[in-house]
Design a protein around this ligand. Structure first.
Ligand SMILES: Cc1ncc(COP(=O)(O)O)c(C=O)c1O
Length: 388
């Protein structure tokens, strides 16, 4: 039987890099001594008061179909949070609740881009953007953020990449995999390019709560950006709720109408008990977010401290999130080969950052989403491996 051409877009460039995660998970299940630093799932538990809210909702019979656009109390909570990080008034009519940032990103792409369009993506980029954009028929145009400039956006290159077919600029801020958080100069410059060329900006802010220093600012708050920006985010990383699959898109009300119709034919609304849990997490979870942020900061510093002893292993200091990049080119030109060699001789599983785009070739991505004792042990094994 034949499948539709669409299935050809479901893979994406860096798919084979994840084989190391699959392999190390299987080894861990077999009881082998492996340490997995190749995935970004927080190791904390979802806060108890959040779990309790879901249980209470279930016991109260919240098990039926729900509002397609998401429950109004949750949409208000998200709108208030976005108003805070953007500095502009965002109402709940600009919010649609979806199944994680992932689903919000995909659904939004389907509404913004189509055949013949070009979409500029800051490279390295979160792996699934490529397939999300390709599924619309649009062409992804990668704009490299160079290692030598700390993977910060090259604004001239971005501006020079715009053609008459360009419809949007896509990036995560803070970035996965680099941990770079855009400064106000970079945000202004990207906003200006978008405004001058009448482009959408689709920004993924799942790590927005996990910025270590300073105040996080959403690009939607800049002058002229409210009607051309779509922000996707979720409760996944901030509140250790990856498995709850609750996220959202925030954008112009007309887009919300399209997303609502898309939800009608796909998701048909998120479970009510999940939305009740997300609602209390956002409204009452600020201390939990602060604790998570401090934990990640401590772990980041621990990784940097131990890896400083490694021979020829420059690192990039992440400004946010749970990942750290290290340059392995002095050891092996192919970071995927380095990662497998490291894994086979030490049991430490890291990811070839080249999976996120060619700009990150020769780098590995190390997740610090595990407890400090194991993390320190993993880093010591990396040091031993590189210094041998
Ligand atoms: C940049 C980025 N966006 C989106 C996601 C997925 O988020 P969610 O669980 O909300 O779908 C991840 C998960 O690793 C991510 O790193």
């Amino acid at each position: 039987m034949k499948f539709a051409p669409f299935v050809g877009s479901l893979g994406g460039e860096g798919a084979e890099a994840w084989a190391i995660l699959t392999e190390s998970r299987a080894a861990q299940e077999r009881g082998e001594d492996v340490i997995i630093l190749s995935i970004g799932d927080p190791d904390f538990e979802t806060p108890t008061f959040v779990v309790n809210a879901a249980i209470e909702a279930l016991r109260a019979g919240d098990t039926h179909y729900t509002e397609l656009e998401g429950r109004s109390s949750l949409r208000s909570a998200i709108a208030e949070k976005m108003s805070h990080t953007s500095g502009v008034e965002i109402g709940p009519d600009r919010v649609t609740v979806l199944a994680g940032a992932q689903n919000a990103f995909y659904s939004t792409c389907r509404c913004l881009f189509g055949q013949g369009d070009e979409v500029l993506v800051l490279d390295p980029a979160y792996v699934t953007y490529e397939a999300g954009i390709a599924s619309t028929g649009a062409t992804q145009v990668r704009v490299r953020q160079h290692a030598h400039s700390g993977f910060r956006p090259d604004i001239d290159e971005l501006a020079a990449s715009v053609t008459p077919a360009t419809r949007g600029i896509v990036f995560s801020n803070p970035s996965n995999p680099t941990g770079v958080t855009l400064n106000s100069y970079e945000l202004d410059a990207i906003a200006n390019i978008a405004i001058q060329n009448d482009l959408w900006v689709l920004v993924d802010e799942v790590y927005g709560d996990l910025v270590f220093d300073g105040v996080y600012r959403s690009i939607v708050g800049l002058p002229g950006m409210l009607e051309r920006t779509v922000t996707v985010s979720s409760v996944s990383k901030s509140y250790a709720m990856t498995g709850w699959r609750c996220g959202w898109a925030v954008g112009p009300p007309a887009l919300m109408e399209h997303l609502r119709r898309m939800t009608l034919i796909t998701l048909y609304g998120l479970p009510g008990f999940v939305m009740e849990a997300a609602n209390v997490a956002i409204r009452e979870g600020s201390e939990d977010v602060a604790r998570a942020r401090e934990t990640y900061r401590r772990r980041r510093d621990l990784v940097l401290e131990i890896l400083a002893e490694a021979r020829n292993l420059p690192t990039l200091v992440p400004e946010a999130g749970m990942f750290l990049m290290a340059d392995v080119r002095a050891h092996n030109d192919d970071a995927n080969v380095f990662a497998w060699n490291l894994y086979r001789s030490t049991g430490v599983s890291v990811l070839d950052a080249g999976a996120f785009g060619s700009a990150a070739r020769g780098w590995i991505r190390i997740s610090y989403g595990i407890d400090e004792t194991r993390l320190a042990e993993a880093c010591r094994r990396i040091v031993q491996f590189t210094n041998n």
